[in-house]
Structures are given as structure tokens and as C-alpha cells.
Design a protein around this ligand. Structure first.
Ligand SMILES: [Zn+2]
Length: 50
């Protein structure tokens, strides 16, 4: 069961390693926010974060 701590030194937003912080799924879509920032949406549980 992969658990990833995003506060570690590998905090760079590498899409391939992003996992949902809510359910741990790797089915994460990268979306652009209104302010030009990048947000993430889990396609498994619907959780969104940035
Ligand atoms: Zn999720």
C-alpha cells in the first residue's frame, strides 16, 4: 500500500508520482485553476486539492 509524504524532498509536482491524499489512488487529473495555478482532482473519489 503506497503511502507518500508530499512534504519530503520529492515535493516537486511530478504527475507520475502524484497520489490522492484522501484515498491514495494514483488516478489523479491535473487541472488549471482560475488564478493560473495547478490543482489536482482525484478521479477515483472526487477529492480536489492544490
Ligand atoms: Zn481520491
Amino acid at each position: 500500500m503506497p503511502m507518500r509524504i508530499l512534504a519530503e524532498s520529492d515535493a516537486l509536482p511530478l504527475t507520475a508520482s502524484i497520489q490522492c491524499p484522501a484515498c491514495g489512488s494514483a488516478h489523479v487529473a491535473q487541472v488549471l485553476g482560475d488564478n493560473g495555478g495547478v490543482s489536482y482532482v482525484c478521479t477515483a473519489c472526487g477529492h480536489s486539492w492544490s
